[in-house]
Design a protein around this ligand. Sequence first.
Ligand code: S3P
Length: 175
Amino acid sequence: MNRYVKFKNIVLIGMSGAGKTTVGKYIASKLNMEFVNTDDIIVFNFGDTIEHIFSEYGEEYFRDLEKQVIEGLKEKENIVISTGGGVVIDEVNIDILKKNGIFVYLEASIDTLVRNVKSSKENRPLLDKDNLYSSIKEIYNKRKGLYISSADYIVQVDNKSVELIGDEVIYILNN
Ligand code: S3P
């Protein structure tokens, strides 16, 4: 790793289904770094599923929990962070994660996102299962600008394996 990257966190951002978690785990194991997933920390801390937090307490409440988790990561270094797709909505999250992190946006077409979300076991309460394409597209259109403006690097993921994407991220950060 070059000096710029060493000890920095690698922060993966992007929509649900872009592969942040699978790619993040791959990168972490290759670089011998710790891996964290902000949704998993929420589930662990709160003792409830993401789906149930949304249905019982609403999105705003979930965003508060998400923000607390981000806040709790601010002293961390040298870890790979897979963020929830909506983390970029709040610029406080971006500011905190940017202090010690390099943002890599995993950019995917709507078709790729739909395919991956369909084949995933995760439940995404913001997405309408019966209208997956249009609900993903609607959210993507709202967030696209935020992903791009907060990204230090953008990696296209369409038609690539997890290994290829992960190696591309590592290559970019090394060079
Ligand atoms: C969300 C994405 C989810 C999870 C929550 C909200 C979003 O994470 O944080 O359901 O707002 O896009 P993934 O990006 O891992 O699916």
